[in-house]
Every structure is written in C-alpha cells, then in structure tokens.
Design a protein around this ligand. Structure first.
Ligand code: PBG
Length: 325
C-alpha cells in the first residue's frame, strides 16, 4: 500500500494547532527552576516566560495555559486578583510580545492560599464565618466572590480565555457575570467542567506549589468511578454559559471525553493530559523502556480520536517539533 493511501483514510489528525502548552510563572528575574518530577518543565520568571512564549508561537502552537506561583500566600489568596500579581504581570508581558498567542489563565485559588485549598475556608480566611459549618468547610459563595475578582483581573491584564478550575458550584455563571460586568463580554470561559479527584495531579502540585496542607479535594472534585455524573457536571456548566468544556485527566478518562463529545457536539472540547500522565511517560522513556517520540505521538493522537478538539499537554513543544519533521 502506498503511504499516501494510509494518509487518505486516516480518521484522526494531530497537528501543533491542536495543542495547548501549560506554563508555570514565578517572581524574579532570570529564574528557571526545574520541576523534578516533570523533566523538561520549569518554573520561569516573566522575562524567560516571554522567550518561551515566542518559542511556542514559532512551533505553531496556538495557545498557552498559565499557572502562577505567588510571592506570598495567605488565607484569602489575595495575590490571585492583585493588579500586579504574578499572572497579571505575565499576561501583560506575553500579550505585548506575542499579540497573536492565545493566553488562557487558570482561575483558582489553590496556588495562592496558605492552606492550599481552592477557596475560602470557614475559619482561616472567612470574613463571615458560618458557625454551623465545620472549620475547614469551603465557603462556596465567599469563594465565588474571589473567583470573580480573579477572572476580571486576568481579563483586564489581557487574557484571551479564562479557565476556572476549582469545580466550585456556580463558578461558571459567576465568572461569566463578572467578565460581562467588567466589559469583557468577548472573553470566553473554558470550564474544567469534568475534573476528577485524581492521583495524577501529584507532580503539578510540586510545579505550582499548591498541595493542600491538610485534607483533600474530594468534596468538590469527581469520583473516578463515575461517568454519568460527568454528563451532569458538563450540562450544568453549559447551562451557566461555558464556551469550552474540559475533561481532566485525559488518559484514564477517554470514555468520558467520548461521552462529552457526543452529548455536547456544539461545544469545543479540551482534554488535559495532566502532570502525572507526563511524568509516567518521561520516567519510562528515561529508563529506555519506551520509545518516547512514538509513545507521545500515539498518546496525543488517541486523545484526539476519543473526541478532544484540543489537548492541553506538557509534551506540546516536543510533539510540535516531531510533527514538523
Ligand atoms: C487547580 C489545578 C490543578 C491542576 C490544574 N489546575 C491541581 C489540582 O486540582 O489539584 C493539575 C494539572 C496537572 O496535574 O497537570 N488549580
């Protein structure tokens, strides 16, 4: 068979245009901190981040997803919405250097709170504690107020898409409303609609320095055993006005990607190939147990085959390079 015939009947295509590259930004100048559990991934200061953004554009990757490491953490996560916060500064600098690069920002509090949870806790931060709730309960409405400020501040700095990731009830409606009121009706929302309470986020928590100091996120992230619940979560976010849907992690949840693709044909769908998925492949490749290039391209192609329009992946740059060859 002529290779051209294989190409003609190929059902799924993978190109750099389908990839989103996640980046971690930290205060300082000329800082490039390796993340030990994610070889090839670094926390970068804004100056180096801008160079990285330019490189990303040169590879044909259309978008980056930014995560910030703040200078200081507190119970209210106040740097998350500060005008001169790490993300706000990074977005402004990237957009002025690379106006055509799509800058997506993670809208969550966990990297900014000293307790490491994704919102305002009943003690430890609440302005109006609720006596009937346990001390470590996450206060939904107080958290939504902060998420609104974060999203508006990101849009103000020039973010092209905001991605609320905390799975807080009502977060999409709150963020959408805040953007509209602040004059950013054109900024789309990419909701982490279906986010599982997964063991595969481990390396990310080193990269973003956002591990919970106590407890876990099982109260607001989904049980890996459930798929029908994913449809309900996604339907709620669609009703609240999300423009994009996302499934996270990707590989153990390709059936969920497929379900969402079929149930929500009108919504662009992203799958997040998370830190632990990246670390697994890197570790096996480093031991010579897998052919990295083949395994990465197969993985990303299969995530697309399951139904994802976009793949958010730490392999983005290498994959783009391989795809160009
Ligand atoms: C929350 C957030 C997390 C990830 C992306 N956004 C961590 C979590 O929910 O604990 C994980 C991504 C990855 O593992 O690559 N801000």
């Amino acid at each position: 068979m002529l290779p051209g015939v294989r190409g003609m009947v190929r059902e799924t295509h993978l190109s750099p245009a389908h990839l989103v590259s996640p980046l971690f930004v930290i205060h300082g100048r000329d800082v490039k901190n390796p993340v030990s559990s994610m070889p090839g991934v670094f926390q970068l200061s804004v100056d180096l981040l801008v160079a990285e953004a330019k490189h990303t554009v040169s590879l044909g990757i259309p978008a980056v997803l930014l995560f910030g490491v703040p200078a200081a953490k507190d119970p209210q996560g106040t740097e998350s919405f500060a005008r001169d916060g790490i993300i706000q500064r990074a977005v402004a600098e990237i957009k002025s250097a690379c106006p055509d690069l799509v800058v997506i920002t993670d809208v969550c509090m966990c990297e900014y709170t000293d307790h490491g949870h994704c919102g305002i806790l009943n003690t430890g931060g609440a302005r109006r504690p609720v006596p009937s709730l346990p001390e470590d309960a996450l206060l939904n409405d107080a958290t939504l107020e902060v998420l609104e400020r974060i999203a508006a501040s990101h849009a103000e700095a020039g973010a092209d898409i905001v991605a609320p990731s905390g799975m807080i009830d009502g977060m999409v409606r709150a963020v959408r409303g805040a953007l509209d009121r602040a004059g950013h009706a054109h900024v789309p929302v990419m909701s982490y609609a279906v986010k599982y309470a997964s063991a595969f986020y481990g390396p990310f928590r080193e990269a973003a320095q956002g591990a919970p100091r106590f407890g876990d996120r099982r109260s607001h992230q989904m049980d890996p055993a459930n798929a029908r619940e994913a449809l309900r979560e996604a339907a709620l976010d669609v009703e609240e006005g999300t423009d994009f849907l996302m499934v996270k992690p990707a590989l153990p949840y390709l059936d969920v990607v497929r379900l969402l693709r079929e149930r929500f044909p009108g919504h662009p769908l992203a799958a997040y190939n998370v830190s632990g998925e990246y670390a697994m492949l890197k570790a096996a490749a480093a031991n010579g147990w897998l052919n990295e290039r083949a395994a990465v391209l197969e993985t990303l192609t299969c995530i697309r085959r399951a139904g994802a329009d976009l793949v958010i992946t730490y392999h983005a740059k290498e994959a783009a390079r391989w795809l160009a060859e």
